[in-house]
Write a protein that binds this ligand. Structure first.
Ligand SMILES: Cc1cc2nc3c(=O)[nH]c(=O)nc-3n(C[C@H](O)[C@H](O)[C@H](O)COP(=O)(O)OP(=O)(O)OC[C@H]3O[C@@H](n4cnc5c(N)ncnc54)[C@H](O)[C@@H]3O)c2cc1C
Length: 284
């Protein structure tokens, strides 16, 4: 499949990318790893007149700890994140998520910024970033703004980003050393996208669960934190019956998707099963 004609620009800095976005207007698109945009262009679902490649901007691929936050540049690849020792020790859920995205080629080229900008309902990052209470740093002509990831995802392939903006950074508050986290998924066997993905993060206090955070991807059109499930477990000892009671209400408050990979009923069942597995991992 061959995409329609487009101009190609390689930005050397965020400012240059923003200037190009401004000059080229709504017909332009940012290109990062190209692993979602280029297939869509080849299928002619997306026909931008200009691509602005941010993959060569040197200061957008960092991973570091800074003032109580773990900060990840938008162009950090899934592979970089999966192998980051900073993230593996501070918040394993983030490394685990990156390590099970697609295959080696996808992980070597695809970026965290590109993934969340694309907002595929089956993408892995949204669940982990929601459970981690992450923030998205967005640059535009009038400066920079920071959006809680909870407000960033707005619908199927729809985010809070506007056409003249780009994501520069993802910020994650560093969890305490008593906090454990994980991300697991039931995957589509060919692409490895999540049919249901569940991220869980729990802090233990004298055996009880505190700051319970459970988030899902793949279940509904918008990734979500499951506040009802979280409240059910908050302050309780994570024994079998409390975990069962909490997971029984998984995904109760959302419209569940059904498609040729999994019916609504099956997705609801998977949400319960994967919530329990994730919570057992972080509380066991
Ligand atoms: C075979 C295959 C298997 C895959 N499996 C999985 C999987 O298991 N789990 C999963 O989560 N994903 C999976 N993916 C998707 C993969 O993670 C992509 O890398 C990701 O969705 C997009 O990142 P990218 O850097 O390639 O973005 P691109 O394709 O370059 O861009 C995607 C979109 O985001 C925009 N964009 C990119 N960067 C920015 C930015 N910094 N600011 C604003 N807009 C931006 C682009 O304009 C475009 O609209 C798979 C992809 C393939 C091809």
């Amino acid at each position: 499949m061959i995409p329609s004609e487009f101009e190609y620009y390689r930005a050397g800095s965020v400012d240059e990318a923003l200037q190009l976005l401004n000059e080229k207007g709504p017909d332009a698109k940012i290109l990062a790893g190209g692993h979602s945009l280029l297939p869509a262009m080849k299928l002619r679902f997306n026909n931008p007149g200009a691509l602005i490649d941010i993959g060569g901007i040197p200061d957008l691929s960092y991973i570091r700890e800074e003032n109580g936050y773990l900060v990840i540049g938008a162009c950090a690849t899934h592979a970089q994140i999966a192998t980051s020792s900073v993230l593996a020790s501070a918040i394993p859920m983030i490394s685990e998520t990156a390590g099970i995205i697609g295959d080696v080629q996808v992980r070597n080229k695809g970026t965290i910024g590109g993934s969340i900008a694309h907002a595929d309902p089956a993408a892995d990052w949204p669940a982990a970033l929601l459970a981690a209470d992450a923030e998205v740093v967005i640059a535009g002509a009038s400066g920079t703004r920071t959006v809680p990831v909870n407000d960033f995802f707005q619908g199927l392939f729809t985010t809070d980003l506007n056409e003249s903006e780009l994501i520069t950074e993802i910020r994650i508050p560093k969890p305490s050393s008593e906090t454990r986290s994980t991300y697991i998924k039931f995957e589509q066997p060919a692409s490895r996208f999540a049919i249901v993905g569940c991220a869980a993060m729990v802090t233990r206090n004298n055996g009880s669960c505190e700051n319970v955070k459970v988030a899902f991807t793949g279940v509904s059109a918008i990734p979500f934190r499951d506040h009802q499930l979280e409240q059910e477990l908050e302050g309780k000892v994570p024994d079998e019956s409390n975990l069962d009671a909490a997971c029984e209400i998984a995904a109760k408050s959302v419209d569940i998707m059904g498609d040729h990979f999994a019916s609504q009923d099956y997705r609801r069942h998977l949400a319960k099963v994967f919530a329990k597995r994730a919570l057992k991992t972080v509380t066991g």
